[in-house]
Design a protein. Structure first.
Length: 134
């Protein structure tokens, strides 16, 4: 794990599967998980459990995670990941690289406790209010 920290920002790079990097970014009390190029279809075993442990411990407010396949394995891993992390907002990234597919994912995938956002041009200038009253 590589990390950088100063009084305002902390960034940790995590090697999830030996080849993909993910990042935990803390800005004041805001915690963001950026999944880099993680492939939920290919991560498994100890690497997946370690990722769940990390997210359960850090409790990121926002998760950015690539969704490359819309299948049972991806959704099962994603359900567990979102449930364990207790994240407020989830952004699917790399979802075919097409805005329409991101919007389709948002319609298809639902979570009771996490707000699912699509990656769209409209969201480029959106401000997000995070509830830090835990």
């Amino acid at each position: 794990c590589l990390s950088f920290s100063d009084q305002y920002v902390s960034i940790s790079a995590i090697s999830v599967d030996g080849s993909s990097l993910a990042y935990l970014i803390e800005i004041d009390s805001l915690v963001i998980f950026y999944g880099g190029s993680i492939n939920l279809d290919k991560i498994g075993g100890k690497a997946y459990l370690d990722l769940l442990d990390e997210l359960n411990e850090e409790k990121p407010d926002m998760i950015f995670l690539p969704i490359t396949n819309l299948n049972k394995t991806t959704f099962a891993h994603l359900d567990k990941l979102i449930s364990d992390s207790d994240s407020q907002i989830f952004f699917p990234t790399k979802i075919g690289g097409i805005e329409e597919e991101s919007l389709e994912f948002k319609k298809f995938y639902k979570s009771e406790n996490t707000d699912i956002w699509a990656i769209t041009k409209v969201n480029q200038d959106t401000e997000i209010d995070i509830n830090n009253d835990f």
